[in-house]
Design a protein around this ligand. Structure first.
Ligand SMILES: [Fe+2]
Length: 179
């Protein structure tokens, strides 16, 4: 189930908010400039669908997002426990970083964990199928897909080069729970 856990930066042991209330999650993140939405997952979605078919199922929603934000590209990423580079990819995403572009994802299947560092708080979002998140450029964050990654997500990009990270060099991610 989708869950938001909010901590004070200096205290990873005692969350100040823990909720699965979707409206509260959306409101809490919206105050910080982060958009969170739930999109329905049609029963027609299956693990064997092609990327083209997945994109076609969510075309009404993605057309709105592309138009409203002027994103240039949209793709589908799949991570599975048998991915040969799963450990290297996990390490790459799990260090605090920023992007010059917004980070925008929609989870079609599976689960993952985003952490956003905004002023003196850390927002941990356990994202599941049906969750859409739009993180503004320059927001400090990290991402955990777990030891046995399993998710399919749509990614929207402004930058045709795709995912480019700028690491902060801060080891803060090591102090917070992993997926
Ligand atoms: Fe990122």
């Amino acid at each position: 189930m989708t869950k938001l856990i909010v901590y004070l930066t200096h205290n990873p042991s005692y969350p100040i908010l823990e909720t699965t209330d979707v409206a509260l999650i959306a409101d809490t993140l919206a105050v910080q400039g982060v958009t969170f939405e739930r999109w329905p997952i049609p029963t027609s979605i299956t693990p064997r669908m092609t990327d083209t078919d997945i994109l076609s199922v969510f075309e009404p929603q993605t057309a709105r997002i592309l138009k409203d934000n002027g994103f240039k590209t949209l793709d589908v990423i799949h991570l599975t426990p048998d991915h040969p580079q799963k450990q290297a990819l996990r390490v790459k995403f799990l260090q605090e970083h920023t992007h010059a572009e917004d980070e925008v994802r929609f989870f079609v299947a599976g689960e993952s964990l985003f952490y956003l560092r905004i002023s003196d708080k850390i927002y941990g979002l356990y994202a599941m199928a049906g969750d859409y998140i739009h993180i503004p450029a320059q927001t400090k964050h990290w991402f955990d897909m777990g030891e046995h990654p399993h998710f399919t997500a749509l990614r929207f990009f402004n930058n045709p080069e795709g995912w480019v990270a700028h690491y902060t060099g801060d080891a803060i991610a090591e102090r917070f729970p992993t997926l």
